[in-house]
Design a protein around this ligand. Sequence first.
Ligand code: ADP
Ligand code: ZN
Length: 215
Amino acid sequence: MRIILLGAPGAGKGTVAELLTDRFGISQISTGDILRGAVKAGTDLGAAAEGYMKRGELVPDSLILGIMENRLLQDDCREGFILDGFPRTIAQAESLKKMLGILALKIDAVVNLEVPVDVIIRRLSSRRTCSNPACQAIYNIYTKPSRMEGICDKCGSPTIQRDDETEEAIKQRLATYAEKTAPLIDYYKNDPAFISVPSLRPEPVIDAILSIVDR
Ligand code: ADP
Ligand code: ZN
C-alpha cells in the first residue's frame, strides 16, 4: 500500500502515519525526521538544511529530491510506504510522479488532513521539549504538562520551545504552507485516489483511508 499524507504543519500527519505503520507494517517516510536526523548527526545535508528549518522555510527542492530518490529505492519500500511531509511543492509532486513512473508504482491514497487553523496554532505552540540534549523529553502544556511548570520531570532541566515551535516560526511555517504546499490540494483533487478528511482525531482518518484503499 502506498499513501501520500498532505496537510498543514500540526495537522497530524506524523500521528496518522505511525498508526498506519503499526497496522500494516509499511514504512513511514518523513522528510522532516530525515532532515532533523541529518542536523543532529552533523552531516553536509544537515548543515545545508538547518537554517531553513529554524526559520520555518522549506529546504530547497534539490536537497529533498536527492533524499527521496535514494529512499524510495531502499528494500523496505517494496512492501509500500507512507509519505509524511513529501511532496510539499508542485515541483516535488511532479518529480515524485516521474520517480513512480520509472518504478512502475501507483499511489493508493492521497489523503489531505483538514484542521482549523486555530487548532493547529494551539497544537504547535503548546509543545515543550527538555533542553537537556541527553533527555529531550516532550511535554504539552495542555495535554501532558510537566509536574512543575517549565521543569523536566525526568532530569530537572528547563523545558523550552523548539526553535521552529516559537510563535514567530509557527507563523512562518503556516505562511509557507499556504503559499507552497496548499496548492497541492488542487494538483491532486481530480485524482481518484484523493480524499480530504477532518483530522481532529486520528481514528476517523484511518477509517477513511481504509475505505478508499479497499474499494
Ligand atoms: P511540519 O510538517 O510540522 O512543519 P516536518 O517535520 O514535516 O514538520 O518538517 C520540518 C521542516 O523540515 C520543515 O519546516 C521544512 O523546513 C523541512 N522539510 C521537511 N520536509 C520538506 C520537504 N518535502 N520540502 C522542503 N522542506 C521540507
Ligand atoms: Zn529532561
